[in-house]
Design a protein around this ligand. Structure first.
Ligand SMILES: CC(C)(COP(=O)(O)OP(=O)(O)OC[C@H]1O[C@@H](n2cnc3c(N)ncnc32)[C@H](O)[C@@H]1OP(=O)(O)O)[C@@H](O)C(=O)NCCC(=O)NCCS
Length: 152
C-alpha cells in the first residue's frame, strides 16, 4: 500500500476534519468554527496535522504543547484503519512535542474505546490514572502517558 504523508493542516482540510470528528467523536464533535480556529494557527499552543494517502485526506491529529504535549484528537477514516496511518500521525505528534520542549505525551481515552486503547498500548502508553464520569455519557476516562520519542 502507498504510505501516507503527514503535513500541517490547511484551511481546505477543515470540512474533512469536521466530517471525521462527527464520525469518530459523535458525543462531543468539534465545530467547524473551533476546527477552523485551530487550523488557522490562532491558538498558539495547538497544532493540527493531517495524513494524506495517495493525495487524499486520510486522518488527522491535534496536539497542544505547553510543558507536556496533550494529544487532543487522533482519528483515521474508518475504511483506512489498521494500515498504519495513525502510527504516522503519532510520529508527527511526537516530533511536535519534541520541538516544543515536551518530554511527555498525555491523553485521555474512553475506557470502552478498545481500538484506541490497543493503538496506544502498541505505542508504549501506560495508564497514569482514571477520571470517573469524564465523558458526557458517564464513561470513565483513562489518562495515558508516554515519553516523547522521535520515532514512536
Ligand atoms: C485509534 C485509531 C486512531 C487507530 O488508527 P489506525 O490508523 O487504525 O492505527 P494503525 O493502523 O496505525 O495501528 C497501529 C497498531 O495499533 C493497534 N491497533 C489499531 N487498531 C486496533 C484495534 N482496532 N484493535 C486493537 N489494536 C489496534 C495495533 O497494534 C496496530 O498494529 P497492527 O495493525 O499491526 O496490529 C482509529 O481506530 C480511529 O480513528 N478510531 C476512532 C477515533 C478514536 O477513537 N481516536 C482515539 C481517541 S482517544
Amino acid at each position: 500500500m502507498t504510505s501516507s504523508v503527514v503535513r500541517a493542516a490547511v484551511a481546505a482540510d477543515v470540512p474533512s476534519i469536521v466530517d471525521l470528528e462527527a464520525e469518530a467523536f459523535p458525543l462531543d464533535p468539534w465545530s467547524t468554527n473551533l476546527v477552523a480556529e485551530g487550523v488557522s494557527g490562532s491558538l498558539p499552543t495547538v497544532s493540527y496535522v493531517v495524513a494524506d494517502l495517495a493525495g487524499a485526506f486520510a486522518g488527522y491529529a491535534v496536539v497542544s504543547v505547553v510543558d507536556v504535549a496533550e494529544l487532543q484528537r487522533i482519528a483515521v477514516l474508518p475504511t483506512l484503519r489498521r494500515s498504519g496511518i495513525a502510527t504516522a500521525l503519532l510520529a508527527a505528534v511526537h516530533a511536535q512535542a519534541a520541538e516544543g520542549g515536551a518530554n511527555q505525551v498525555l491523553l485521555e481515552v474512553r475506557e470502552d474505546n478498545i481500538e484506541a486503547r490497543g493503538f496506544y498500548e502498541r505505542h508504549g502508553f501506560t495508564e497514569l490514572g482514571k477520571r470517573a464520569r469524564y465523558y458526557r455519557d458517564g464513561t470513565t476516562a483513562l489518562v495515558l502517558t508516554a515519553p516523547v520519542t522521535m520515532v514512536p
